[in-house]
Design a protein around this ligand. Structure first.
Ligand code: NAI
Length: 332
């Protein structure tokens, strides 16, 4: 039996986490939860939004499921989520984006995965003022980080039966930084002859994704392009309501919905739990609980297509807990 660290999170986090627990348990997954706090709700007890106890639990169990976290103003953290990723060296951000019948989208049959490098690039926030009227931000790309993210993308493609990896870059302009990323991607690709490889310049990639998304499969890219294109892909499949994400390192993987804590809906039993439930599906796949994962994803697709026992943003009139109950019935 796997022990999974559970962080309920802030805002709508507790409600959507409860929904995910209900569905995962109904599907018969062989796991045990170890609950810890992080985020705004942890401040009172631990005096920090990133308590040692949460980090230790994640390190010990190697896998976690978390609700969205609010970064408290004045806590000294730019982002609690980024702090967690740094502390655990979760270097790969994985964002699958898939269409489901019943959610209005510009295209049908989109099934894409963005693999984003999580630790460097302009996103590392190394910036400073140069006098009063100029500011500089430093873009860092290393061979080591590029290699491990590219290997991650190819491994993922192999394990998920995918056919192609596209490296995304701007090496025509940033010849040294993105050039190093591209050169590394090309070299790593040679080790995976069973997976097709191509590269695209990021601006062209953005256009191609909104014109013909089905050209692509797994995409791997540095941090900032990944930040932007993964949201573009979420938009292609109907927005943040259903999209899960994973942050994965050598020893630990943390699964979460892509959306935030939506404070305006907190405690109202109307938040859409689908992205959190899909995060649990990804987590179950990661630990080898494939049958419960498959059952939950199929049930969610069925419920969304039917459009009744789903939350208002998915066109239904159910509350968070009613949607969870309907799913639990379908999977048990
Ligand atoms: P948000 O994703 O919480 O909300 C954006 C919009 O989508 C809002 O209108 C919200 O009500 C709606 N929404 C989001 N999730 C929903 C759901 N499951 N069901 C129904 N409606 C939903 O983003 P926002 O407002 O920028 O951030 C709010 C807080 O969340 C901030 O403190 C931010 O730092 C945090 N955040 C945390 C993330 C994480 O833990 N991974 C990711 C993004 C934001």
């Amino acid at each position: 039996m796997n022990t999974v660290t559970l962080i309920r999170g802030d805002g709508i986090g507790p409600e959507i986490t409860e929904a995910a627990i209900t569905v995962v348990e109904a599907a018969g997954a062989n796991i045990k939860w170890e609950e810890v706090s992080a985020g705004e709700n942890a401040l009172e007890e631990y005096d920090t939004p990133v308590p040692r106890q949460a980090i230790d639990s994640l390190k010990r169990n190697g896998v976690g499921l978390k609700g969205p976290l609010t970064t408290p103003v004045g806590s000294g953290f730019r982002s609690v989520n980024v702090a967690l990723r740094k502390e655990l060296d979760l270097y790969a951000n994985l964002r699958p984006a898939k269409t489901y019948p019943g959610i209005a989208t510009p295209f049908e049959d989109v099934d894409l995965v963005v693999v984003r490098e999580n630790t460097e690039d302009l996103y590392a926030g190394v910036e400073h003022m140069v006098g009063d009227d100029a500011a500089e931000s430093i873009k860092i790309i290393t061979r080591k980080a590029s290699e491990r993210i590219c290997h991650f993308a190819f491994h993922y493609a192999q394990n998920d039966n995918r056919k192609k990896v596209t490296a995304v870059h701007k090496a025509n302009i940033m010849k040294l930084t993105d050039g190093l990323f591209l050169e590394t991607a090309r070299r790593v690709a040679e080790e995976y002859p069973d997976i097709e490889f191509e590269d695209r310049i990021v601006d062209n990639m953005a256009m191609q994704l909104v014109l013909k998304p089905w050209q692509f499969d797994v995409m791997v890219m540095p941090n900032l392009y990944g930040d932007i294109l993964s949201d573009l892909c979420a938009g292609l499949v109907g927005g943040l309501g259903i999209v899960p994400g994973a942050n994965i390192g050598e020893a630990t993987a943390l699964f979460e919905p892509v959306h935030g804590s939506a404070p305006k809906y907190a405690g109202q039993n109307r938040a859409n739990p689908a992205a959190m439930i899909m995060a649990a599906v990804l987590m179950l796949g990661y630990i080898g609980e494939n049958e419960p994962a498959r059952k939950i994803e199929a049930a969610l697709a069925e419920l969304i297509a039917e459009g009744k026992a789903v939350t208002p943003d998915l066109g239904g009139s159910a509350g968070t807990s009613e949607m969870a109950k309907a799913l639990a019935e379908l999977v048990s």
